[in-house]
Design a protein around this ligand. Structure first.
Ligand SMILES: Nc1ncnc2c1ncn2[C@@H]1O[C@H](COP(=O)(O)OP(=O)(O)O)[C@@H](O)[C@H]1O
Ligand SMILES: [Mg+2]
Length: 397
């Protein structure tokens, strides 16, 4: 099954990634920028960051602004201070450049996947001492740390190596930035340092891109401390997939798994999932399985099965356990209002809920980014996945 992705994991296969075209193009056009990409759990952040990685690696090398991507999963590497993070960033850059250099470069799909496999092994190796042997800085205690000056020196050196390989910048992509914003003792320092590199450092500024991914916690952290990083970043919430993107996704899976899904079935998938990418994939897996096992599948049974299997996911999206950084009271009130009204604007929902306009707007942004409501034109919003709505309604009973 090596040729077939596990649709419960982030997509790392270019053949199975759909949508996000505009954002990918923007990053390609301007990779040395600060960006914050926000979305709820399973909204496709990691998949998008993978797509950014392969699209930068394989972007047209004649372009004057090609940046070499360095993808870092913060949950995996768990830096314990800023110097350690800077050390990890340089290690990953070195490792990524080595692997890229050795790649035969034949087809995007096969190359990228083997490149990823090597890098994942490399990420594990970062936890082990020894990689700093390739640094030119003095590190007498073999501590896995780089002070800012050394980071800058190493980065400038690598930038000059990269230029010989047709990349004239580096784009660091940090997945799961909550890991940083939760570090009371050094998060502020990290954000100011990256802002400084992006803003004031003439040697680095044009050649240094940084992308952070996260959910509302990352955005609110930046707002709360008036983070200088937020001020210079392009901030985006991910949306659910559009109708044409869902069509593309379904077509791919139909082809690969021979799912004989009728037009009526496609409409049902759209309605039940509201374009939430994870739900679309999971519902297709259900349908595919039942076709393979030749069991008949009724709409009601499908709904019950999914509600049962994804109870945990739904509970997390709704944030039943009231964890920091998830949906809160304002989001719940706004969602209930939409369940009743079916459609609404900031103004009408504010009247309905008694919340202030800006509270409703903020709640709507979070709900759209969680993938459970949809933003329409003319400032209108409506309920997204029917499956999720059904789950919410049942909680109230
Ligand atoms: N652009 C996409 N194309 C196809 N499937 C996607 C896409 N984005 C997300 N998915 C599906 O959604 C699931 C969750 O995506 P992931 O990137 O892991 O989300 P996050 O990092 O936000 O939690 C994946 O397992 C994949 O099946
Ligand atoms: Mg992820």
């Amino acid at each position: 099954m090596d040729n077939f992705p596990d649709f419960k994991l982030a997509i790392d296969d270019p053949d199975f990634f759909v949508g996000r075209d505009i954002l990918l193009e923007e990053v390609k056009q301007n990779p040395c920028k600060a960006r914050i990409i926000l979305g709820g759990r399973r909204m496709g952040k990691t998949s998008l960051l993978n797509a950014i990685q392969w699209s930068l690696l394989y972007s047209n090398s004649n372009q004057s602004n090609c940046a070499f991507p360095v993808l870092i999963n913060l949950q995996l590497v768990q830096p314990n201070n800023l110097d350690n993070l800077l050390y990890i960033m340089i290690c990953q850059l070195i490792k990524a450049m080595e692997e890229w250099h050795e790649l035969p470069k034949s087809s995007l799909r096969e190359d990228y996947r083997s490149y990823r496999r090597q890098l994942v092994k490399g990420t594990i190796a970062i936890k082990l001492p020894g990689l700093e042997a390739s640094f030119e800085v003095d590190n007498p205690n073999r501590e896995r740390r780089l002070i800012k000056e050394d980071f800058k020196r190493e980065l400038l050196k690598k930038l000059s190596d990269l230029r010989q390989n047709n990349f004239n910048g580096v784009c660091f992509i940090l997945d799961g930035a909550e890991f940083i914003t939760r570090q009371e003792s050094w998060a502020g320092d990290a954000c100011s340092y990256f802002r400084g590199l992006k803003d004031f450092d003439r040697d680095i500024r044009p050649f240094f891109g940084i992308i952070l991914s996260g959910y509302r916690e990352v955005k609110e952290y930046q707002q709360k401390i008036g983070s200088k990083l937020l001020n210079i970043s392009d901030v985006r919430w991910l949306n659910a997939l559009s109708h044409s993107e869902i069509d593309r996704l379904i077509t791919q899976r139909k082809q690969h798994e021979n799912i004989p899904l009728s037009d009526e079935g496609v409409t049902l998938v759209k309605e039940l999932t509201g374009g939430h990418p994870y739900l679309v994939q999971q519902i297709l897996s259900f349908i595919s399985d039942s076709f393979r096992k030749k069991t008949s599948l009724k709409k009601e049974e499908l709904i019950e099965d999914i509600l049962e299997h994804h109870d945990n996911d739904f509970s997390t999206w709704w944030n039943e356990s009231h964890e920091v950084g998830g949906c809160g009271d304002n989001e719940h009130l706004t969602y209930y209002a939409l369940v009743e009204k079916r459609q609404g604007t900031v103004k009408s929902l504010s009247e309905h809920t008694g919340l202030k306009g800006r509270e409703v707007k903020h709640a709507l942004d979070v709900l759209v980014g969680t993938g459970i409501i949809q933003s329409l034109d003319k400032g209108n919003y409506k309920i997204g996945a029917r499956l999720f709505e059904e789950w919410v309604v049942r909680q109230k009973i």
